[in-house]
Structures are given as structure tokens and as C-alpha cells.
Ligand binder design. Sequence first.
Ligand code: CA
Ligand code: CA
Ligand code: CA
Ligand code: CA
Ligand code: CA
Ligand code: CA
Length: 371
Amino acid sequence: MKLRLTIALGGVLALGLAVVAAQDDPVHEVHPAVETEPMPNEGDSADDAAIWIHPSDPALSTIIGTDKKGGLAVYDLSGRQLQYLELGRLNNVDLRYNFPLGSERASILVASNRQGDTLAVFRVDPETRLVEDVTARAIKTGINVYGLCLYRSAVSGRYYAFVNGEDGEIQQWELFDAGDGRVDAALVREFAVGSQPEGCVADDEMGYLYVGEENVAIWRFDAEPDRPVEPVAIDRTGGEGYLVADIEGLTLYYTADGGGYLIASSQGSDDFVVYSRGEQPQYIGRFEIEDSDAIDGTSNTDGVDVTNVALGAAFPEGVFVAQDGRNTDPDANQNFKFVPWGEIAQALGLRIDTTWDPRAVGAGEVPPSGR
Ligand code: CA
Ligand code: CA
Ligand code: CA
Ligand code: CA
Ligand code: CA
Ligand code: CA
């Protein structure tokens, strides 16, 4: 099945968002507690990040960041680089747990590789905390790949990668065990937005895909591959909403009772917009990451990620990770900043719920067999 549509802007609903100029609302200040070692490559190199939660000791969790000029880096929670893989131009990355791979339930990462326009699949080794390439073959997308996010269906138990292209294309690929510890993918659906998208995130519990069309809007789609393509506008740029183009990274903060937040990088205003997570996301507020005594704040941010999980003494209330477009003090190549979730929650009056377990998603069910 292949569907291809282009969004007609007039035909969609704006969900309950008052039209307020972004600059009229206060911007709350938060501060980085940690920054990662700089990227090996100069210029606009760091892009997106994914947080991996260690199965037994959350203090040993890692942050995996893309280098769109060279590959993939793995950092510990102090920002120290544990691994760097030279793999090409990895742009966006996302992660899910419990992927059925042989006899194992693996933590898998998928990245969009602009060198060759492929999907790259990795497994996180829980013993070493390092990642290994488990891509079964060159998974060529046929588009100029850009953004990427993962979705694990609560309906079928299947795992999908959404990858988008510079011309607005959005592809949905089903990931499957190809044998010998390798992962392959098959294209199951295609649709489109009207101009360049990038940041995206899927809500595994609600079955939604959120996509940022960089200069236009955050759109929501049904993430199930057999559902109709009916875009819903969540927020817009250009004075019609709270976002200032480009819309970049998107991430979700889950709470155990089905609540939480959708967070977007509003790159043009150097800050982050927070919405409620739910059927009708509502604007809550915005924050910027300002300089702390030791670490510079963020600007021009691309990718973001967040977790509610308590990550030991360093981040007992979870962490928000943001790419920084300009890493100063001293001037260095780009990197990622880590902000304690508790500080963001306090600044904006948000919830702290460390009980929702991302590692439980998909853990208890019989996985579907390979294709
Ligand atoms: Ca950038
Ligand atoms: Ca990501
Ligand atoms: Ca972009
Ligand atoms: Ca900075
Ligand atoms: Ca980007
Ligand atoms: Ca710095």
C-alpha cells in the first residue's frame, strides 16, 4: 500500500491554540548541568540525540548523538565520549526497547544517513553501553533523507521508522529481524507535507506521529500504517502560533497516567515550546537554556530528547538533552547540553513523574514473527 498526498493548508484544524505572538509570552530560563565533549568535526555537525536507559543502573545510561558530518557518538551522563563511529552523515536518531532480535529483546537505534540516503540500524550492547551496526543491507530510501523517528505500535507490536526527505516526503518503514542478529526494513507507507520537514516524534501509547514542517507547522498524523493520512495542525510559525521557524527537534515526556508533554525546538527564537501531551495538545509555555556558571547555554538548537526516568545522582528527576548550535567558553566544535528535568519543571510548573518506564514498552508481549 502506498499513499501519497500533499497537505492542503485550508483543510486542517488548529487545535485550540490562541493566536498569540510568541514574543508576548515570558521565556523561562533554565541552565545546563552538563555538556558533552565537542564534536570531532567543525561547523554545523551535531544534530540529534537519543537517550538510552541502562537496564539495571540508570546512572550508567547514555546519550547517543549524531554528527551529520561524520557519524555517531555515545556519551555518558558526565558528557564524556565513550564511542565514536565514523559512518557517514548521520542526521537524526531515535531509539526503542524490546525489539525482537533472535532470542533477545534488543535496544535498537535507527539513524538517517545522508551519505547514501539510507537507514542505519544499531543495537545497544547493555554490557559495554556501546552501539554496534546491525543493518542487514544498505536500506536505500530513494529520497534525500533528513529527519527520522521511531514508533512501536501498541496495536500490532511492530516497530517502525518514519523518515522524511528534504522535499516533504514522509516514509514509514517496518523494521524486522532479518536473522543472524541483523535488522532489515520494508517500506509500508508514503505521504508528504508541503515543504521541508525534519524533527519528528511518535507517541507509542496514543498512536500518533508528530512532524515539524520546518517553516510552517507541527502536524500530527495517525502512526498506524493502515490509517488514513489526515494531518492536524498542532501549532504554527509566522506569528500564527508560538513557533519561530525553523521548527526543529520534537520530543515527548511521558507520565505514568498517560499525561506528559510535547516539546519542540523553536530554532528561530532560540528556545523550546512545551505543549500538553494528549488528544488536544495545548500550549503551556516556553523556556530557553541560558549560561550557567560553568557551561554556555544553547542557541539555534536542532535535535532534542527528554526522559522522565531518574538517572542516578546526576539527574534524579530525569534529563532534557539539546543540541547547541554554538559551543562557547571556550569556543569549540558543537556539542549537546543536558538540563535537569526538575529545573525545567520548576520553572514552568510542570510535573515530575519518574515512574513511567520506557523500557516496559513492548516488554511483556509476544513479539510478532519476522515478515
Ligand atoms: Ca544546525
Ligand atoms: Ca531524536
Ligand atoms: Ca533542519
Ligand atoms: Ca552555546
Ligand atoms: Ca537538524
Ligand atoms: Ca561549552
